[in-house]
Ligand binder design. Structure first.
Ligand code: ADP
Length: 501
């Protein structure tokens, strides 16, 4: 077993991995960029090593420097978390070349799955349904045109090296195809240094349903059921749940088996996710494999009672999977929301500053994975996700009820957050009914606007924590919100007032 593991990440995931390592008796070693020198992940780790620089590009993305730190401090293995270097095949290979275990799948699997075209080809050959489409060899526009007509408009142009929704273009009619291809190629070239694009049938109002997979080095592969992640903004997930309200036991079994088949087809080891889109008729299509631990993994942990990070460490150390397919059960319902420092009323503009109050909800079946505390600085340098709130209930209704409560008790002051926006999403009748699809937010745009009776309890709770009589400052110009939708005497402006500190 490993003795010393370096976590090549920051924020909540670095904290989450650190806790499990310490529970396993493994020394957790952190790295940090200058703005993070007082961050929670650094304070919690057993050891921490500074990296020169502030930007992610100069620090958490510098695989070469991270390997140097690992070698200098006798590190046995590196946990990459998600984002940063977690799906970087070159970094995984460097680890291997330096006798450091990369906690994740092999460099080859990462490289193959990072290429959407190779991934689709492998999956199609393994008999897994893929979205109908065509690979584009540069300049061959006539064949693209023919294929687009064959599969039928609308079509989606995607980048082979894509990620995070970049390089994607929806094309509704033939006359827009050429422009969309050129634009997607340009965007893909600048974002990934690879301008290969392809077209795919655009599935109308699909659900995003993904299956958690896990493989070991002894040839075993299992799935840990699904997560529905249909609530997305700009192709980024913000709410995830399991079970999916859309899956019958039979469909769940079929999709689970398809995901395990996918894992076996590529010799998958460690934790991964097979993403599918599910159309309105219940047909599912392979989208991609994410070769890392996902942001939303706690949903799976709560319904299966497994610790996925612990399983990652065991498997990376060469041990067999700590569970079998038959031993895994999906119990109750779990839901996660991502809490961001951003302002939904100003087009989700990131909000920076110092967190002056931070009081997460604490109750049975309520889990908060967070990278911040009171006093933490939220800077422009990194992703503005502050915390993940995950709750469990015996049924979906019970879990949504608990989530509503937990959101109303989550106090974060000093930066603007999306908490009230999330509460409106969870409370929306269509969400409550499980009537989800990836365009949910566009279709129900009322969730963007706070209503008058939508007074956030957290504001009042925060006011109680405050030593300043915040609501009495409503007439003070320096405390007024500059948002046109916000009345100066409304509780919404209280949140703004904290930004004056
Ligand atoms: P990325 O790797 O950039 O995140 P994905 O292929 O995972 O790209 O797709 C991201 C999101 O885009 C999906 O969750 C889904 O909402 C939407 N999407 C992708 N492919 C299609 C498709 N063929 N039809 C409709 N929506 C799609």
């Amino acid at each position: 077993m490993f003795r010393r593991i370096l976590i090549a990440n920051r924020g909540e995931i670095a904290v989450r991995v650190t806790q499990t390592l310490q529970q396993m008796g493994i020394t957790a070693v952190s790295i940090y960029a200058r703005p993070d020198r007082h961050a929670k992940h650094v304070r919690m780790a057993d050891e921490g090593y500074a990296m020169e620089g502030e930007s992610a590009a100069d620090t958490y993305l510098r695989g070469d420097k991270i390997i140097d730190i690992a070698k200098a401090h006798h590190i046995d293995a590196i946990h990459p978390g998600y984002g940063f270097l977690s799906e970087n095949a070159t970094f995984a290979k460097w680890c291997q070349d330096n006798d450091i275990t990369f906690i994740g799948p092999s460099a080859t699997v990462i490289a193959n799955m990072g290429d959407k075209l190779i991934a689709k080809k492998i999956m199609a050959e393994a008999g897994i349904p893929v979205v109908p489409g065509l690979t584009i060899s540069a300049g061959d526009e006539a064949s693209i045109r023919r294929e687009a007509i064959k599969i039928g408009y609308p079509v989606l142009v995607k980048a082979a090296a894509g990620g995070g929704g970049k390089g994607m273009r929806l094309v509704t009619e033939e006359k827009r195809l050429a422009d969309a291809l050129a634009a997607a190629q340009r965007e893909a070239k600048s974002a990934f240094g690879d301008d290969r694009v392809f077209i795919e049938k655009y599935i109308e109002k699909p659900r995003h349903v993904e299956i958690q997979i896990f493989g070991d080095t002894h040839g075993q592969a299992v799935h840990l059921f699904e997560r529905e992640c249909s609530i997305q903004r700009r192709h980024q997930k913000i709410v995830e749940e399991s079970p999916s309200p859309a899956l019958s036991p039979t469909l769940r079994q079929h999709m689970g088996e398809a995901a395990v088949q996918a894992a076996k087809a590529i010799g998958y080891t460690n934790a991964g996710t097979v993403e599918f889109i599910l159309d309105q008729e219940g047909h599912y299509y392979f989208l991609e494999v994410n070769t890392r631990l996902q942001v939303e993994h706690p949903v799976t942990e709560l319904i299966t009672h497994q610790n996925l990070v612990e399983a990652q460490i065991l498997v990376a150390a060469g041990q067999p999977l700590p569970f079998t397919q038959d031993s895994l059960r999906q119990t109750g319902h779990a839901i996660e929301v991502r809490i961001y420092a951003e302002d939904p009323e100003r087009n989700f503009l990131p909000s920076t500053g110092k967190i002056v109050h931070y009081v997460p909800p604490a109750a049975p079946y309520v889990r908060v994975d967070s990278g911040v505390t009171a006093g933490s600085l939220v800077t422009v340098h990194y992703d503005p996700m502050l915390a993940k709130l995950i709750v469990w209930g015996t049924t979906r209704a019970a879990s949504l009820q608990r989530m509503r409560w937990a959101l109303s008790r989550f106090v974060i002051m000093g930066v603007t957050t999306n908490i009230e926006f999330l509460r409106r999403v969870i409370e929306h009748p269509a969400f409550q009914q499980g009537d989800l699809h990836t365009h949910f937010l566009e279709e129900h745009e009322e969730v963007y606007a706070p209503s008058d009776d939508d007074i956030p309890d957290a504001v009042w709770i925060a006011a109680a924590f405050s030593s300043k009589p915040s609501s009495h400052h409503a007439s003070d110009a320096s405390y007024q919100s500059d948002s046109p939708n916000v009345e100066s005497n409304s509780p919404w402006s209280v949140g703004e007032s904290w930004r004056a500190f």
